[in-house]
Write a new protein. Structure first.
Length: 113
């Protein structure tokens, strides 16, 4: 093997600032004249990953509606797409969770972890 042709491998850097937990639920996503139900894969106080074959583009803002538990009140918030992979889904950052809702999500994350 020729050592001159070896390329260094860079590890993916973990950019998440909040602890995420597995979380599977239906999420209504509204943006760009689209109104679709998708499935969340995980959640944190900062955002969530939403599965979808045709995710929205990075920097797109959207409205989300979901529940943490089936009988819980609905959470509605704005979010921004921070990662998008066709065929897989998109990572979104919550933009306007109220303090009360942030506490509910934090409690959920702690209970599920």
């Amino acid at each position: 093997m020729d050592s001159e042709n070896l390329q260094p491998i860079q590890a993916e850097v973990e950019r998440r600032q909040c602890r995420r937990v597995k979380f599977v639920t239906q999420v209504q996503c509204e943006a760009l004249e689209r109104n679709e139900f998708m499935t969340a894969r995980d959640v944190s106080t900062g955002g969530m990953f939403i599965n979808g074959r045709f995710p929205l583009p990075i920097d797109c803002e959207l409205a989300l509606t979901f529940r943490l538990y089936p009988k819980d009140p609905v959470i509605t918030c704005r979010a921004k797409v921070v990662s998008s992979r066709v065929g897989q889904g998109m990572g979104v950052k919550f933009l306007d969770l109220s303090a009360e809702t942030q506490q509910r999500v934090q409690k959920f994350v702690e209970e599920v972890a």
